[in-house]
Design a protein. Structure first.
Length: 99
């Protein structure tokens, strides 16, 4: 049996208002979300996009840049919300009452 460890395959996803990015990357076992972000090259393709502990997740579950990845994971970089979801719902409810 060989002492080498098979690499893991993950995807890094980001959805901009005008485009979607899904970048497959191959990383060594034991890699982190930060490693996947770096390997994706998205920082160089999308000006101003920065991955931080408060805007990354794996399969829609928030995580930190230090989170270890597993084969098949999808790392997601999230955009800031344009509106507070609670406030948007209050406005919709108020409109419905007026109608």
């Amino acid at each position: 049996m060989s002492g080498t460890v098979a690499p893991i395959a993950v995807e890094v996803a980001y959805v901009a208002p005008d485009a979607s990015y899904l970048v497959p990357v191959s990383l060594p076992a034991g890699s982190t979300v930060a490693d996947a972000w770096s390997a994706s090259g998205l920082a160089g393709r999308i000006p101003g996009l920065v991955a931080r502990d408060d805007n990354v997740g794996i399969f829609s579950k928030p995580c930190s840049l230090a989170t270890l990845l597993r084969d098949g994971d999808r790392v997601e970089i999230y955009r800031p919300l344009l509106a507070d979801p609670k406030e948007a719902r209050r406005r919709r409810a108020a409109l419905q009452k007026k109608r």
